[in-house]
Design a protein around this ligand. Structure first.
Ligand SMILES: NC(=O)c1ccc[n+]([C@@H]2O[C@H](COP(=O)([O-])OP(=O)(O)OC[C@H]3O[C@@H](n4cnc5c(N)ncnc54)[C@H](O)[C@@H]3O)[C@@H](O)[C@H]2O)c1
Length: 447
């Protein structure tokens, strides 16, 4: 929305949210989301034609186009728990729009939704008692966190699905202000909804594919980066997104693959469901394999050993930690009674503590006494790579932040216990330099 406002000064954009703290942060100097270039984009348009508010009804009344962009998390209860998308928030939005609207509005599904959700949204909207009429479009968002501003400025494609040609045209015209026509694709509603889930499933599948090969590399002394390079040269395969790692994270990949699995089951396609389910199984295996390897390498015990953790966000250039591989790996190491010193350039101490506390909750959903004691005694959040390494027995790299590549490894090594281990879960540290500094080095998929 900030990008639309920036590119189209004549269009008024109101971003509304029920979370007042978030809106206050969007109106402040410290935005709630860290993304390179976002501060500048917001600053250019805010209070000119970009407004943040909690007055949802007023925004509905004033707007001719309404984007539903609320969260669609995996259901944690009832039918489809652990797989299906929870559409409660989308439905609430549709009901509110139906209730408040008068006149004609274009309602755009921007959230990632299961196929055929638009039919449900349309039915709810059509119950509007105020004589409102609606066109429903699907316009899934393909930006990647960490490169969001760049992706929005020059997207590979914008996808608009819908049956109402006039509404499709209207939305396409907005994007057309800065995106070339050939990049604006229009499809039917269901293709658009399914394309978003499919794109994320394919991306997640690629990560799981190379991660599966990384396990085999470790067993056979092949090098996964060399294999990826050789494989990626095939133009049919392509070289992007073939980086082995400790596992994918983020709020979308797992949620969307599981949603696809659920849809396949729902439509009586168990074999297709099982095929996609394996992408998530492989990712969980990769995360568990990494923490196990740390423990085994460090003489089968990390109890009372200090481990420096570099990176907690699910990827570089974001402060988002949702489903970050770091969460489960830190949890595993804490369960093994190691003492963690965590450093991330953008994630707050509060967020790290909150994410790890959630891993030690009892059946009532609150942290257990034992879990709290473990965190109090064994978790420290620090503000530099050097501080995380100081007196540690090992360092583990869990996010690929650029700054980790320019750390002075000699100095870091000198401050650590011996033998000093370096477990690179992102293959971003120069192995030869680390070994030359004295580290025992372990990368993903490395001999
Ligand atoms: N994060 C991404 O990179 C990304 C990329 C593409 C698609 N998506 C999709 O976009 C959607 C949102 O993702 P997100 O990461 O921004 O989620 P989020 O949880 O960070 O934000 C959702 C916001 O919606 C607000 N909200 C919930 N119900 C509301 C209501 N009835 N009225 C007003 N506000 C309400 C919440 O308070 C919250 O601030 C999801 O469907 C996701 O799959 C996200």
């Amino acid at each position: 929305m900030a990008m639309i406002a920036k590119q189209c000064p004549d269009i008024e954009v109101s971003v509304v949210d029920v979370n007042a703290d978030r809106i206050a942060a969007w109106n402040s100097d410290r935005l709630p989301v860290y993304e390179p270039g976002l501060d500048e984009t917001v600053r250019q348009a805010r209070d000119r034609n970009l407004f943040f508010s909690t007055d949802v009804d007023e925004a509905i009344r004033r707007s001719t186009i309404i984007f539903i962009s609320v969260n669609t998390p995996t259901k944690t209860f009832g039918v489809g728990a652990g797989r299906a998308a929870n559409l409660e928030f989308v439905e609430k939005c549709a009901r509110q729009i139906a209730e408040v609207s008068t006149g004609h509005k274009i309602v755009v599904e921007k959230s990632t939704l299961p196929v055929r959700t638009a039919a449900a949204v349309k039915r709810i909207l059509d119950t509007s008692g105020n004589g409102g009429s609606f066109a429903v479009l699907s316009n899934p968002e393909f930006l990647a966190e960490g490169t969001a501003v760049r992706d929005l400025l020059a997207p590979d494609r914008v996808l608009i699905g819908g049956e109402d040609i006039e509404a499709v045209e209207r939305l396409a015209t907005i994007y057309g202000r800065w995106i070339p026509d050939e990049r604006i694709l229009t499809t039917n509603l269901w293709s658009s909804e399914l394309s978003k889930l499919t794109a994320n499933a394919f991306l997640a599948q690629r990560v799981s594919s190379i991660n599966a090969i990384s396990a085999l590399c470790e067993a056979t002394e092949a090098d996964v980066d060399e294999v990826a390079q050789a494989v990626g040269r095939d133009s049919r395969i392509g070289s992007k997104f073939l980086k082995a790692s400790v596992g994918f994270g983020g709020s979308c990949f797992q949620k969307d693959v599981l949603n696809l699995v659920y849809l396949c089951e729902h439509f009586g396609l168990p074999e297709v469901a099982a095929y996609w389910d394996q992408v998530v199984t492989m990712n969980n295996f990769q995360k568990g394999r990494f923490s196990k390897r740390i423990v085994e390498t460090m003489f089968n015990t990390v109890s009372d050993k200090q481990i420096g953790v570099w990176g907690f966000a699910f990827k570089k250039d974001t402060n988002d930690t949702r489903e970050s591989a770091a969460i489960s790996i830190c949890r595993d190491l804490l369960r093994e009674r190691s003492r963690l010193k965590i450093y991330d350039p953008q994630v707050s101490e509060r967020q790290i503590r909150q994410d790890l506390a959630a891993q030690f909750c009892g059946s009532d959903g609150s942290i257990t006494d034992a879990g709290q004691a473990l965190l109090d005694q064994n978790l420290e959040v620090v503000n530099s790579c050097a501080a995380a390494a100081e007196q540690s027995h090992a360092i583990t790299v869990l996010t690929e932040w650029d700054e980790f590549q320019s750390v002075n490894l000699d100095r870091v090594f000198a401050s650590m216990q011996r033998p000093a281990f370096l477990f690179d879960g992102r293959n971003v540290i120069n192995r030869d330099a680390a070994v030359a500094s004295g580290f025992e080095f372990h990368g993903i998929g490395k001999p």
